[in-house]
Design a protein around this ligand. Structure first.
Ligand code: ATP
Length: 369
């Protein structure tokens, strides 16, 4: 059981700040996912917690103890890498038991059997890694971390070498394992689905900085920045430029073929905005007095159960998704709307989310125009 506190952690490589002053408080028993694009600093951050990379600034506390300068072996933290790094000449049992043997633990065999049972590896204990599937190797690597019974697990893209089916199955197994163990997990991925499905909280990173940390629902439903809004969600949220205008007692965010009533109480700090709605919240319709986009269908994608229509609105494009068939064809003119509380507004200059006042009802908004 471990709480991990990261305070102003920084790692520079020459001129590059791979991790730039990140602070995070990972509660005991949490499944925290570090999410972001390639090169955003996720692995560097995780390696610093493991003790494999030295920070150039900041501190790391484990259950209140400053471990910034403590060697990896003495941290009570186990790390599982993307490449499983199993010993090819050792059996599964010896691979799992390896950390115990190097520590000369007498109960090693019993402990290996226990871990193998947790991971469903009992039948495979005498095999060598080359005779295992990718998913089985991944479980052996996890077993090697588990056997030490550490306070916290650090996992760096552990599923990325698996095929799609196995990844989905192992994702569910990992979530289940976390619930059973009750240990602290810190998990690095660039895969938003892994983050959304497994995390108790997601920390979204961009260029070495923490953009937002929150539950999956918080980061998806109220993204703190244009970056977070665009990184989570598939297809990505459509965001169009808009400016503020005042009409009928309401403020409107308006752009080319976009009109969104903001309500009298709203006071966004900048005049230049970016306004958007997630594809699944848009629907076909022309709500007078409500949010409205007018455009032309440019592409319709069949996803099986659903369709995505990419609609050209002014100079930009927004996707909408819904049950198939949407009844739209390329070239069709279309008006889109959504519930007012599904609108996302960002400052065009800072990219940060603008906090919105309670929405007017559609009827009130229509009456005011
Ligand atoms: P990925 O998903 O591709 O693994 P990441 O988010 O884990 O990416 P990091 O591996 O932490 O990113 O790298 C962050 C930045 O630091 C990158 O710009 C990378 O090139 C740089 N970097 C990482 N390690 C080193 C190193 N040893 N020397 C120089 N630069 C490094």
């Amino acid at each position: 059981m471990s709480r991990i506190q990261i305070e102003g952690l920084t790692r520079r490589f020459g001129d590059v700040a791979a991790v730039d002053g990140i602070s995070l408080d990972v509660a005991d028993g949490e499944f925290l996912v570090l999410l972001g694009p390639s090169g955003c600093g996720k692995s560097t951050l995780l390696r610093m917690v493991a003790g494999l990379t030295a920070p150039t600034g900041g501190r790391i506390l484990l259950d209140g103890r400053d471990i910034t300068a403590v060697p990896p072996r003495e941290r009570d933290i186990a790390m599982v890498f993307q490449s499983y790094a199993l010993y090819p000449h050792l059996t599964v049992a010896r691979n799992i038991g390896f950390p115990l043997r190097t520590r000369r633990r007498r109960d090693a065999d019993a402990r290996v059997a226990e871990v193998a049972a947790v991971l469903g590896l009992e039948e495979l204990l005498d095999r060598r890694p080359r005779d295992l599937s990718g998913g089985q190797r991944q479980r052996v690597a996890l077993g090697r971390a588990l056997v030490r019974d550490p306070g916290a697990f650090l996992l760096d893209e552990p599923l990325s070498n698996l095929d799609a089916t196995l990844r989905t199955a192992t994702r569910a197994e990992l979530g289940d394992l976390h619930r059973r163990l009750g240990s602290t997990f810190v998990y690095v991925t660039h895969d938003q689905v892994e983050a959304m499905t497994m995390a108790t909280r997601i920390a979204v990173l961009d260029r070495g900085r923490l953009e937002q940390v929150g539950t999956p629902e918080e980061v998806y439903d109220a993204p703190a920045s244009v970056f977070v809004a665009g990184f989570l969600g598939s297809p990505a949220i459509g965001l169009l430029p808009a400016t503020l205008r005042r009409e009928g007692g309401l403020l409107w965010a308006s752009g080319e073929d976009v009109d969104v009533p903001l309500g009298p109480g709203d006071d966004p700090s900048g005049r230049d905005l970016r306004v958007g709605a997630r594809p699944e919240h848009l629907r076909i319709g022309d709500a007078s007095g409500g949010p409205r986009w007018r455009g032309t269908v440019r592409l319709v994608e069949n996803l099986g159960g659903e369709e995505v229509a990419h609609v050209q609105v002014g100079g930009g494009r927004i996707p909408m998704r819904g049950p198939r068939p949407l009844g739209l064809a390329v070239g069709d003119p279309v008006a889109l709307t959504c519930d007012a509380d599904r609108i996302h507004l960002f400052s065009a200059t800072s990219g940060r989310r603008l906090v919105r006042a309670p929405q007017p009802t559609r009827a009130a908004a229509a009456a005011a125009v």
